[in-house]
Design a protein around this ligand. Structure first.
Ligand code: PEP
Ligand code: MG
Length: 839
């Protein structure tokens, strides 16, 4: 059916669009698989770019081919080298042969898992039978699912794609084992096709009882040939011998990228048999605690045989959904304020799930048949959970937990049940499986630890438990649910053990370890309000990074010597209009007031790039982190920055306010702002000016520290961005997270150079990036010449305590050689040896 000659394809994923040649994979980039386009996905569901039939689904679930009504065959390939995951992280939502509508969800992907275990998430849309079509990209910027992406038109003279080539009676055939890792998936199949196309002969592969012409990628992939499986290659035509040799060569040689592909990390397994009275589990968050075990049960619905009028049920479900969405948005807002990316990612996914048409349509269909809203919602979720669990992927089965979370939350909202668990303080909670929202609730109620019969160490709830410092064991099996509530147990998450009969000696040991930790914390807190002096008398200011006056109040109570970084963009985001000058002044004044007589460093707005404001349209950037962000906004929207500077000048006392500029790369940017401040101060009749400092966040600024320090009152190193720009690694890239380490010797060199440059002009240097909150880094930073550390508020006491244990001159001596070490891991090891923690 070739009736639709012109076709516009909608984006199958949301995210930045890349030209095919920019894809970091030679087979795709060279067009060997066909022409197309790529997207670096930000969402987790692949949608159909047009209506069509699913003609091929990769055995490993990472790629799907659709045939559009005009005959175009479209390969949708998620990530690079994702075949190696063997299906882990992918949930197919459609089957081979199925007709799909444009925009229909086809495949769901666990972005965290795939990003961590594969080369790249960059996903492709390839026209695999492009011979008869012209293809034209419609955009190369960021797209949302469904937005126009590509235009394809069928050439006027294009007949049906020839399935056979020039043939003669000559034939040659041979058998060979396919050497490609993961078998004949999309990329090796493309090489086979390319090889076949360079000969006159018609080549085909036969596997089991099916044959496929080598000119058709789809047909090749549909054979489902695995690695090391034997195929029959047949070539027919005048150059059949040459063609056969070339085909054997292509099939029998693993691709270079395959040979060097990353080995997926094996999933953690429960430990083997252990002694009586101990349940073995898998550590999802470390820690050692003792306390009463308390069981939590999930909500179970009574059977519903009634026939309900649909409209009130529809209304009830809609209200309940709105309520839960509102709660999740609130959680998201709080996570955003704390800059807790993991929590944001998890609950953004929950919000998206609550809007998923598959779920809503299923619930609506049940309601239309007379079911109660509770049962309709519950059944819709159960059905999706079953699909995820039947895919045979542990990871996807773990994601069913997120759905169950929403099942319970919406049910609670529907039934109006107060959502609060009755628990004694210090309880160790046992449940079949806890959900992310349970975890937030339990953590707020002060539980000591978590045990789950099911669950996995990579689930969202595990990630959250780690972030909250709550020891957590998963995969303990159903026995954990048979333990009487109230029994005193030891949860040794590090050792993967739930000890059901701890003897008095063991209890004493666990309590002692907990006590030591608490005492250390209490001592640190007791002295948190005193200045932090090194053993040889150098004072290090330990300030706090905050985003609001509430946080500033907590920081002040926690002993912070000041605010080292107020991220003012939090005042500007998530609203429809910009805050006016007076609103800004009040917000900055509130932070000053919350800090008593301590200094407050206020950073001017750092938006632009990927942090867009609804009311501040900026040009779409091909490369946002290298675009108009930070101080560069002064160039794009000068009036916004002028207004902020005016508001800052009006706080009182202005000497307690220090202004800091983000993303500075050269002196002119600093001088420009100094002139604006002078001008506005003169307009306002002010005799005092706030100090003006710059952030050292890009290598250029570190290398120019001396020149900047000539005109700045202070420098503050933003190690988060400085790491990103020095190591050329996205600071939010899940797969690179462990390597974006600011203790890399290259960063240490830039920090040393910054301090040396500042010293020449008698300026002080602080660190306000996350490295300042890492106690392992404290001696190195002091050693390199940093005199202010701006840390996350709860860590003020801990970092002050660390400073007091150090000798600054010894730190100076021992830090220099670290600059010559080969990498960040070597620096960390050396720090652990030279300045052990808790010594
Ligand atoms: C930094 O880059 O280290 C920094 C403190 O700024 P932000 O994290 O707000 O970009
Ligand atoms: Mg920064």
């Amino acid at each position: 059916m070739h009736n639709n000659n012109e076709l516009t394809l909608g984006a199958p994923l949301s995210g930045p669009v890349l030209a095919l040649r920019s894809v970091p994979d030679p087979v795709f980039a060279s067009g060997a698989m066909g022409d197309g386009i790529a997207i670096d996905p930000l969402n987790d569901t692949l949608h159909a770019p047009c209506a069509g039939q699913v003609i091929q689904v990769a055995r490993t679930g990472h790629a799907i081919t659709l045939r559009a009504a005009n005959g175009a065959e479209l390969l949708l390939h998620l990530g690079l080298d994702t075949v190696e995951l063997q299906g882990e992280g992918f949930a197919l939502l459609v089957k081979e042969g199925q007709q799909v509508r444009a925009g229909q969800p086809l495949l769901r992907v666990d972005l965290d898992h795939v990003a961590q275990h594969c080369r790249s998430l960059i996903s492709l849309l390839i026209l695999t039978n492009g011979e008869g079509f012209d293809l034209r990209p419609l955009t190369l910027s960021t797209v949302q699912v469904g937005e126009p992406l590509l235009h394809i038109s069928r050439r006027a003279n294009a007949g049906p794609q020839p399935l056979t080539q020039e043939q003669s009676g000559q034939q040659a055939s041979a058998r060979i084992k396919v050497a490609h890792r993961g078998g004949l998936h999309a990329r090796p199949a493309a090489l086979v096709r390319q090889t076949a196309l360079s000969f006159n002969s018609h080549s085909q592969l036969t596997f089991k009882d099916k044959s496929a012409p080598c000119t058709s990628l789809i047909a090749l992939m549909s054979l489902g040939i695995g690695e090391q499986e034997e195929v029959l290659v047949s070539c027919q035509g005048d150059d059949c011998q040459d063609a056969l040799q070339a085909m054997l060569q292509t099939l029998g040689t693993a691709m270079a990228a395959d040979a060097h592909g990353e080995t997926p990390v094996p999933a953690p397994a429960a430990q083997g048999p252990v002694e009586d009275g101990v349940l073995p589990g898998v550590c999802a968050a470390p820690g050692l605690v003792y306390g009463p075990l308390v069981r939590l049960n999930a909500m179970v619905l009574a059977e519903d045989h009634g026939q309900h009028a649909p409209e009130p049920q529809r209304q009830a479900l809609s209200t309940a959904l709105d309520q839960v969405r509102g709660e999740i948005r609130h959680t998201l807002e709080q996570a955003r304020q704390r800059r807790d990316q993991q929590e944001q990612d998890i609950f953004s996914a929950h919000l998206a799930l609550l809007e998923d048409p598959t779920l809503l349509d299923a619930a609506e269909a049940s309601i239309a048949q007379g079911r109660a809203a509770t049962h309709a919602w519950s059944a819709a979720i159960t059905e999706q959970c079953q699909i995820l669990q039947q895919l045979g992927s542990t990871l996807l089965a773990e994601r069913a937990n997120d759905l169950r979370d929403l099942q319970q939350r919406v049910l609670r909202a529907l039934l109006g049940e107060a959502w609060h668990y009755d628990l004694p303080a210090g309880a160790i909670v046992a449940a079949e499986e806890l959900t992310p929202s349970d975890l937030l609730q339990l953590s707020a109620q002060g539980v000591a630890g978590l045990c789950m019969a099911a669950g996995g160490a990579t689930s969202h709830v595990a990630i959250l438990a780690r972030g909250k410092g709550l020891p957590c064991l998963v995969a303990l099996g159903p026995q954990v649910l048979r333990i009487d509530s109230g029994r005193q147990v030891v949860l040794d998450a590090n050792g993967g053990r739930l000890e059901l009969e701890p003897d008095p000696q063991r209890i004493a040991q666990v309590q002692q370890a907990g006590e030591t930790q608490r005492q250390r914390h209490a001592l640190q807190q007791q002295k948190a309000h005193e200045p932090a002096l090194t053993q040889d008398g150098q004072q290090i200011e330990v300030a706090a990074n905050v985003a609001s006056s509430d946080e500033a109040r907590d920081a002040h109570q926690g002993g912070a010597d000041g605010v080292g970084l107020l991220r003012t963009e939090f005042l500007f985001v998530d609203r429809q209009t910009a805050p006016d000058q007076e609103e800004q002044r009040q917000a900055y004044q509130a932070v000053l007031n919350a800090m008593g007589d301590k200094p407050v460093i206020i950073r001017t707005i750092d938006v632009g790039g990927d942090k867009q404001l609804d009311y501040l349209p900026l040009p779409v950037e091909a490369n946002p982190v290298l675009g108009l962000r930070g101080i560069r906004l002064a160039q794009a929207r000068p009036e916004l920055l002028d207004q902020q500077l005016r508001a800052l000048l009006q706080v009182s006392p202005v000497q307690r306010c220090r202004v800091m500029l983000p993303m500075v790369t050269e002196v002119a940017e600093l001088l420009h702002i100094r002139q604006r401040l002078d001008l506005f101060a003169a307009e306002l009749g002010l005799s005092q000016r706030p100090e003006l400092g710059v952030m050292i966040e890009v290598p250029a600024a570190a290398l120019m520290a001396e020149q900047l320090a000539e005109h700045a009152d202070f420098l503050s190193i933003g190690t988060n961005d400085l790491s990103q720009y020095t190591l050329a690694m996205d600071r939010d890239h899940a797969g690179l997270a462990a390597r974006v380490d600011a203790l890399h010797p290259a960063l240490l060199r830039l920090i040393a150079q910054t301090c040396a440059g500042a010293q020449r002009h008698g300026r002080w240097v602080g660190v306000c990036g996350a490295l300042a909150s890492d106690p392992l880094a404290t001696p190195v930073l002091i050693g390199l010449g940093v005199s202010e550390l701006s840390v996350s508020p709860p860590q003020v006491g801990e970092i002050k305590d660390r400073v007091r244990q150090l000798d600054a001159s010894q730190c100076r001596q021992l830090s220099q050689p670290l600059l010559n070490l080969p990498g960040a891991a070597a620096v960390r090891q050396a720090c652990e040896r030279l300045w052990p923690l808790h010594s």
